[in-house]
Design a protein around this ligand. Structure first.
Ligand SMILES: Cc1cc2nc3c(=O)[nH]c(=O)nc-3n(C[C@H](O)[C@H](O)[C@H](O)COP(=O)(O)OP(=O)(O)OC[C@H]3O[C@@H](n4cnc5c(N)ncnc54)[C@H](O)[C@@H]3O)c2cc1C
Length: 440
């Protein structure tokens, strides 16, 4: 078979690439190894609950998302949370839920930081800017102090990357803070000066779950999509590329767009240097538990977005999303759904436990914390052995290695969530950028 372009992977990166590419040409196919599209986007409806085993929300923060949703004609089908209902986010202090401060008064009164740390924050104005990228732990401790790092930044970043701050690149994971520091010499001054630019982006889902988006994309490209087709090798072939599938079929193409994870691509590429840098990308495992409760079993009203933990709390989970508060439609009005994330770099050992024993442990911790009178009437579990890629200090080297490979292998493009941003919105933005600016 001969085709101009092959997109490998039908997750959100691959499918949105197809969407933007289809505006230029129809001479492409999408190859997906599993029997479904969506990759990490994985919604299901079980016993009346809408469950998200992968991403729960998408950040509406760039024009590529708007364009994709409008191309699919679903802009009016999106569901946005009631911001007032989810404004509270909680941390644990002495095993009790404490609200993250949002106003100056709450900041002065919060027990999350000591008086010393609250005063120390203002000395950030005097700390010189960094010259080179540094790990998040050193960056935050230097600018805002240890307690700010341990009690606020660690739980927050664990909720997104499930990684350890001493291993994470500031430039890649705290992009906004890094840019403010570089531009203004101080994050506080930067925030004040750029106050008007920083309107908060909205989050959304869609009725039926985020998989609706990837299902609609797969319908749009039904004649160009191959499911159950795993790419097993790629070689250069007479100025083009030859892709071999597990079934033994060969495809000859001029362009390849890889959107698959680094651990898959490393086994396919013909270049040893690229193989080597892709092998160093680490992925953290994640367990996702859903628990549904009868509202009668809630002793107190649970408000807000959710709860995050830090290592000192010694809990078996990283965080809890109060899913029925974020999006009411995910459960019956008489029920309350929560989503619990466990694992990550911090809890790698817990991950080795059986899901049942981990579930027992998590419930024994969560029931008293949320003051639930009885256990869940609904349980669900999903395990991602290679869930979220690490944005370690070698990410810049990885990006350069990929750029070098692309320059030396015309028509071979590599995007994905392990070097250009992990969020669904980053994946969509990068697909559009590739097609509009680099793809020839
Ligand atoms: C538990 C969890 C929660 C998350 N929460 C959020 C959130 O709330 N908001 C947010 O924005 N982001 C979130 N993320 C991150 C986000 O979901 C992912 O980064 C994003 O969906 C990745 O999409 P992708 O298309 O780049 O890769 P993937 O989804 O990994 O898709 C790659 C596809 O390639 C296929 N493939 C692999 N190898 C081959 C091969 N050899 N041949 C053919 N096909 C192949 C795979 O089967 C897969 O379908 C979360 C991630 C996880 C794990």
């Amino acid at each position: 078979m001969k085709v101009n372009t092959v997109i490998i992977g039908a997750g959100i990166s691959g499918l949105s690439t197809a969407n933007f590419l289809s505006k230029k040409t129809s001479d492409f196919i999408i190859i997906e190894s599993s029997n479904r599209v969506g990759g990490t986007i994985n919604s299901s409806k079980v016993d009346g609950y809408i469950l998200e085993n992968g991403p729960n929300t998408v950040l509406d923060n760039n024009s590529a998302i708007q364009e994709l949703l409008s191309d699919l004609n679903i802009t009016d089908k999106l569901i946005y949370p009631d911001l007032k209902k989810i404004s509270s986010r909680y941390l644990l202090i002495n095993n009790k839920l404490e609200k993250i401060p949002l106003t100056i008064i709450e900041f002065i009164l919060t027990p999350i930081l000591s008086i010393f740390s609250k005063i120390k924050i203002f000395s950030e104005l005097l700390v010189p800017r960094h010259i080179n990228d540094t790990d998040v732990e050193s960056f935050i401790k230097r600018r805002f102090g240890k307690e700010f790092h341990d009690n606020l930044v660690v739980p927050f970043l664990t909720g997104i990357y499930a990684d350890t701050t001493s291993k994470m690149s500031t430039k890649s994971t705290l992009k906004k803070m890094w840019e403010l520091e570089q531009k203004h010499g101080s994050i506080i001054i930067g925030l004040i000066k750029e106050k008007n630019k920083n309107s908060r982006a909205k989050i959304f889902t869609i009725n039926g779950g985020l998989s609706k988006i990837t299902e609609l994309l797969s319908k749009k490209f039904i004649n160009q999509l191959m499911l159950n087709a795993k790419v097993s090798s790629i070689v250069k072939f007479n100025g083009s590329y030859k892709i071999t599938l597990n079934e033994g079929d060969d495809i000859i193409c001029k362009n390849i767009i890889s959107t698959i994870p680094a651990y898959s691509l490393k086994d396919l590429v013909f270049d040893d240097k690229l193989k080597n840098i892709l092998s160093n990308v680490n992925y953290n495992p994640i367990d996702v538990f859903h628990f549904g409760f009868d509202r009668d079993s809630l002793e107190i009203k649970i408000d807000g977005f959710g709860l995050l933990t830090k290592p000192q709390d010694e809990k078996s989970f990283l965080g809890v999303l109060f899913s029925s508060n974020i999006f009411e439609h995910v459960s019956d009005k008489k029920k309350f759904l929560i989503t619990v994330l466990a694992g990550g770099d911090r809890q790698k050992d817990l991950y080795k436990e059986s899901p049942k024993s981990l579930e027992r442990q998590i419930l024994s911790e969560i029931l008293p914390l949320l003051r639930l009178k009885s256990g869940p009437e609904f349980k669900n579990h999903f395990r991602w052995p290679e869930g979220i890629p690490s944005y370690s200090m070698t990410v810049e080297k990885l990006k350069k290695g990929i750029e070098f490979f692309e320059e030396n292998n015309k028509g071979f493009y590599i995007i994905g969530n392990y070097h250009l941003g992990v969020s669904v919105s980053d994946c969509i933005k990068n697909s559009k950028e590739l097609i509009e600016t680099r793809f020839k």
